[in-house]
Design a protein around this ligand. Structure first.
Ligand SMILES: [Zn+2]
Length: 215
């Protein structure tokens, strides 16, 4: 594999992905700087390893997803192991732009790894995935529907999250929280120094959806 050492990441990729790797390098480094600055999170001094996996088999091994692998999984971040994996666009049905959004998403998880002592798996997906989706610009406003939208707080339950388009709606709800109350509030909710319930009011979900649809 080829290697490139950036300011925050050590990139590893196969030579056939060299062109994509250039975009990944720029995207990941820029996103890491931007999110840590915007949210006032001290950057790590040690490098994280970011692997561009050339195929699904190597993704499953590198991301350590044996039983838990699902075909829609194309990115992974593990703060404790200081490792990120993204699947090469040549091995997935995603476009290059979609995969660069996945890179931004995984970088958000890595920056916020510092904010909480909890393992990301133990943080509410509403909070951790919602923030990553919003900040990586992965919200699809045209798929939002007020008549079928999930309740925000119920999205903390993992099963409910996956059964109710949790990614898109949590991105909308956390995006609205960040815009309305500010980045510091999102950080407090993420680290559990404040309960999310404090900021969710009757009508929160519909206001959040309106804020994304009526732009
Ligand atoms: Zn995620």
């Amino acid at each position: 594999m080829k290697q490139y050492e950036g300011s925050h990441f050590l990139f590893k990729y196969e030579s056939q992905d060299s062109e994509f790797a250039q975009s990944v390098i720029n995207t990941a480094e820029t996103m890491y700087d931007r999110v840590s600055r915007d949210f006032d999170i001290e950057p790590d001094t040690q490098l994280f390893t970011l692997i561009i996996c050339p195929d699904t088999e190597s993704f499953i091994i590198d991301a350590e997803k044996n039983e838990s692998y699902q075909s829609w999984m194309v990115g992974n971040a593990n703060y404790e192991k200081r490792k990120l994996c993204v699947l090469s666009p040549s091995a997935s049905d995603r476009s290059i732009d979609e995969m660069l959004a996945v890179v931004r998403h995984e970088v958000v998880h890595i920056v916020f790894g510092k904010v909480s002592d909890k393992s990301p798996d133990d943080i509410s997906p509403l909070i951790s995935e919602g923030g990553a989706i919003y900040l990586a610009e992965q919200v699809y406003p045209n798929l939002l529907d007020k008549s079928t939208r999930p309740d925000a707080l119920k999205l903390s339950d993992e099963d409910y999250f996956y059964e109710n388009e949790g990614y898109n709606y949590s991105g909308v709800y956390m995006g609205y929280l960040i815009r309305k109350y500010g980045k510091e509030v999102y950080k407090k909710v993420y680290s559990e120094s404040e309960p999310l319930e404090k900021y969710i009011y009757n009508g929160f979900e519909n206001d959040a959806i309106d804020s994304f649809v009526m732009k």
